[in-house]
Design a protein around this ligand. Sequence first.
Ligand code: SF4
Length: 319
Amino acid sequence: MGTPFPKPALELVIAAPRGFCAGVDRAIRIVELAIEKHGSPVFVRHEIVHNKFVVDALKAKGAVFVEELDEVPDDAPVVFSAHGVPKSVPMNAQERGLDYLDATCPLVSKVHRQAERLVASGRHIVFIGHAGHPEVIGTFGQVPAGDMSLVETVADVEAFAPADPDNLAFLTQTTLSVDDTAQVVAALQRRFPTIQGPRGEDICYATSNRQAAVKAIAAECDAMLVIGAPNSSNSVRLVEVAEREGTPALLIQRANELDWTFLHGVGTLGITAGASAPELLVRELVDRLSLRFDVTEREVEIGRETIAFKLPRGLDAAA
Ligand code: SF4
């Protein structure tokens, strides 16, 4: 019998911060506590966070996921997802006497309140975001139709023809690319010098930190794997950030999706996870890589996150 071939060496450079943010943590906890309090089933409108593993784990505990409120029976509790909902959703829930909990991330709610204030002060809002994303639908649903316009790109800004160009304000989705958004904001400020905006932009701390952590390691990596769902905006942005640094990057939901050919010629592999992906999936990936490679791990941490959000009233006592 010959000696087995040694496994090839693979250095893993793991970005930090990565994975769960405070808003995702809170949203999942809200569903878990609602199940503890009310028993099963607890209905959840839309995926609570964009991660199949998280959704499946909550289903196993007694959560039932639906897309619209009319799928929720009259006597059942319902939770609204972390992405936020249009005002009409809690209004409908109230009209039906439903027992509802709002798991909207407080940083998304903050943008909702800004939108209301700006419209009340007579400004038309230019919202920078991705068409069709639930957060965008939720934020548009805070103000009357016609008071907010969506732009996604600099080209959209160039084509934008507002009725009153001197009476504009802008807001942004929380999970955008920091670099792309800076360009769109610059284009808005160039075309509409009197436009009002938030002091920075509304991209949240978790989105910015995860992008900065990828930037910090991308140059030293031959390739990068991002754990996250294809409908998770902040995860997709992490792939783009790595690619912009010249590092090929692949989004995978779980280790078993990994196409091994992606690792041909890779000696140093970067790993990160989007804000809705649990750390367990990072460990699962490392374990899978260890089957084929002689793996060494190194974490590069660009800063520590200490933010935690309070639970809604009524559930905090149960926590
Ligand atoms: S990514 Fe940001 S805005 Fe979204 S849930 Fe997490 S902290 Fe909140």
